[in-house]
Design a protein around this ligand. Structure first.
Ligand SMILES: [Zn+2]
Ligand SMILES: [Zn+2]
Length: 203
């Protein structure tokens, strides 16, 4: 009985699939799958290209879609979407920019290197720990950085870094007081360089 039934079903299926219209529809479906398969591989190539600078990885991604054949490539697409890098390069770049901007903002807040409290750009001394923050140009009386070798405002040459000026001041205390005006006193270190300084507006 069952063999008869299956034989009948088989012949019915055979005549069904051999009919021209059904064959055309099946061909169309296979053709459609084939096109979508290639398009998916191209999409994976472009997508991986946006996510990595490695020149080989886009080809690997395309192969990941091509290898499972037109009938199983959707599985490859799903797995690819799971394992691909989470961020596009543009997004990574934007995030880095935002982080750098935030960092620059934090660094722009000036703190006293002696006590780490917030100090104003225009202050000469830290009011809490008395660390020298700026000095005054003896020529134009504007604020200049401790590490400047000449005045950015009037061009007065301070000639040498603080250590040499200090040596001069010690060897000849009466001479050239203008050059050492605003320097740290001889017994105390004059301090290191001040980074990210903006020219202070002195008066
Ligand atoms: Zn301080
Ligand atoms: Zn000056």
């Amino acid at each position: 009985m069952s063999t008869d039934l299956s034989g009948q079903l088989g012949s019915a299926f055979g005549s069904f699939f051999s009919s021209a219209i059904v064959q055309l529809i099946l061909d169309s479906i296979v053709f459609y799958l084939f096109i979508v398969w290639l398009a998916a591989a191209f999409w994976a190539f472009r997508d991986m290209h946006d996510r990595t600078e490695n020149p080989v990885m886009p080809y690997v991604a395309a192969a990941f879609i091509l290898v499972p054949t037109p009938f199983f490539f959707l599985l490859g697409v799903i797995i690819y979407r799971v394992i691909r890098p989470a961020e596009r390069l543009g997004e990574v770049y934007e995030r880095n920019l935002a982080e750098e901007a935030l960092l620059a903002e934090v660094e722009a807040v000036r703190t006293c290197r002696g006590c780490d409290r917030r100090v104003q750009e225009e202050w000469i001394l830290c009011p809490w720990c008395r660390t020298r923050l700026n000095r005054v140009c003896p020529n134009c009386e504007r604020l200049v950085g401790l590490d400047w070798t000449l005045c950015a405002w009037c061009g007065k040459d301070f000639e040498r870094p603080a250590t040499v000026d200090r040596a001069i001041a010690q060897s000849a205390p009466g001479a050239s007081t203008a050059d050492v005006a605003g320097q740290a006193s001889p017994g105390r270190p004059a301090g290191g360089t001040i980074s990210n300084r903006k020219p202070a507006i002195g008066g």
